[in-house]
Design a binder for this molecule. Structure first.
Ligand code: LLP
Length: 437
């Protein structure tokens, strides 16, 4: 049996004969008993399916494409192993993400290092790892990396992250490619041209390409084509200054469905717009077609992840609001509080044909802004019921905290009826491990 918002859930989601939500062939009520809640489930088939869809849709249109998973959406060793196994590349933004890549022997030449303020220690770590590319974000990093590479006696491949000045119409907190941004080197001010000039002449750096990232999530296709046009036009002017465009990246930012009324464009549409613009403009401008690098994060891991919570306290304020509190909240998913992000949810442990009522799903953290969903129509919930929230794989566990010293949730990977623990629930002792008494 299927259910109305199934498109938001992993592709293996269904309702079984007992009327309970099943994912990856595992009954969610059984998982809650075995592993406790809050619990994050990752459906391996959906995760691998998304990797293959990206590679398939892009390489079908533009053979020389590399898909780099943006680790910031969520990375731990188990996820990194799947990404490596699917032959994707990896985009990391910190020494911590790099350490996970190293821990699973991710091929260094397929790792890209991003970030607007990489520390000297992180850059040294990347050089020691033999990282494929450092995506340089500004002048100070150009100088720093050149001198660190010189100390090490290597020549490091780099890309420059440019700011094309294109608004992708998403949340201000996650808009990155506009002029007023801490990310990227602006084209508009002339800085990007100066950075290309400096990078080409840096003795221990080899400039191999250009990168930009507009923001996330981007539901429109047009910002990609405008920005690709802008950056390629810029690149064509810089060829005489020694720029060789071997690689070109329009970043990530591909949307996923969080609520049924706002479906994302299919991956094929993003692939079509990006590859056709790239081909057309390169040909018009007389540029050799570079390798294309796309960096999906949310769209690889978002739909694969489902959060499972248990209903606890219920507070009804007649005529005002009914608060149904769950055993998680802003500690494992701060997105509603931070961005006003919207989600849907279902009652996972029993199908109910009864009337629906509008409730607010709140968390257990000591803050009034701690809610997961405001005003959602659900069957009447009782303490002990299980609530499943889809589209939770990206940026929710990645941004989790120990606020109020609540342990971060356990995680399981489900496939073909088997659930494999990929992160155990944190213990109180874990949370004190770095503390000194
Ligand atoms: N490449 C670069 C350089 C990025 O900065 C990002 C995301 C990505 C790729 C991947 O974007 P994606 O495909 O995942 O949309 N915490 C926010 C999202 C921040 C995104 C930061 N950069 C959220 O929860 O919505």
């Amino acid at each position: 049996m299927t259910f109305p918002n199934a498109s938001l859930f992993p592709e293996t989601a269904s309702v079984n004969a007992a009327g309970r939500l099943e994912i990856g062939g595992c009954d969610t009520a059984d998982l809650a008993v075995e592993f406790g809640t809050p619990l994050y489930l990752f459906d391996e088939d959906t995760l691998r399916g998304m990797c293959r869809e990206f590679v398939g849709e892009f390489t079908r249109r533009y053979d020389n494409t590399r898909v780099a998973y943006a680790a910031k959406a969520f990375l731990n060793p188990a996820i990194a192993i799947v990404i490596k196994d699917e032959d994707l590349a990896l985009d990391v933004v910190s020494g911590g993400e790099l350490a996970v890549a190293a821990a699973v022997d991710f091929p260094p030449d397929r790792v890209y290092f991003h970030g607007n303020n990489k520390t000297p220690d992180e850059l040294r770590m990347a050089l020691d790892f033999g990282i494929g590319r450092v995506v340089v974000d500004g002048f100070s990093e150009l100088q720093l990396l050149d001198s660190l590479a010189r100390e090490k006696g290597v020549v490091q491949d780099v890309m420059l992250r440019l700011s094309p000045g294109v608004d992708p119409h998403t949340h201000a907190h996650t808009t990155t490619g506009t002029l007023d941004s801490k990310f990227g080197i602006p084209i508009e001010t002339g800085d990007a041209a100066r950075a290309v000039h400096d990078a080409v002449r840096a003795p221990n750096l080899k400039l191999i390409g250009l990168h930009f990232h507009l923001g996330s999530p981007i539901f429109e296709l047009e910002p990609y084509s405008i920005a690709i046009d802008t950056v390629l036009t810029f690149a064509a002017e810089l060829v005489r200054d020694g720029l060789e465009l071997e690689e070109f990246s329009p970043g990530g930012g591909f949307a996923i469905g969080y609520v049924t009324e706002q479906p994302p464009p299919p991956i094929a549409d993003y692939a079509e717009v990006i590859t056709s613009m790239l081909k057309r403009r390169c040909d018009d401008l007389g540029l050799a077609r570079p390798r294309l690098v796309v960096e999906p994060g949310r769209s690889i891991v978002g739909r694969a992840g489902v959060a499972l919570y248990t209903v606890g306290a219920i507070k009804d304020i007649p005529g005002v609001r009914k608060y149904v509190s769950l055993d998680g909240g802003m500690g494992d998913n701060i997105r509603p509080a931070l961005y006003g992000a919207e989600y849907e949810a279902v009652l996972a442990n029993r199908t109910s044909d009864g009337p629906k009522e509008t409730v607010t799903l709140a968390g257990k953290f000591c803050e009034s802004g701690d809610f997961l969903i405001r005003d959602i129509a659900l069957p009447s919930l009782a303490s002990g019921d299980l609530v499943a929230m889809p589209s939770s794989g990206a940026y929710a566990p990645a941004m989790a905290s120990n606020y109020n010293l609540n342990p971060r949730p356990a995680m399981v990977m489900v496939k073909d009826g088997t659930a494999r623990l990929i992160r155990r629930r944190e213990s109180y002792k874990d949370m004190m491990l770095s503390d000194i008494f």
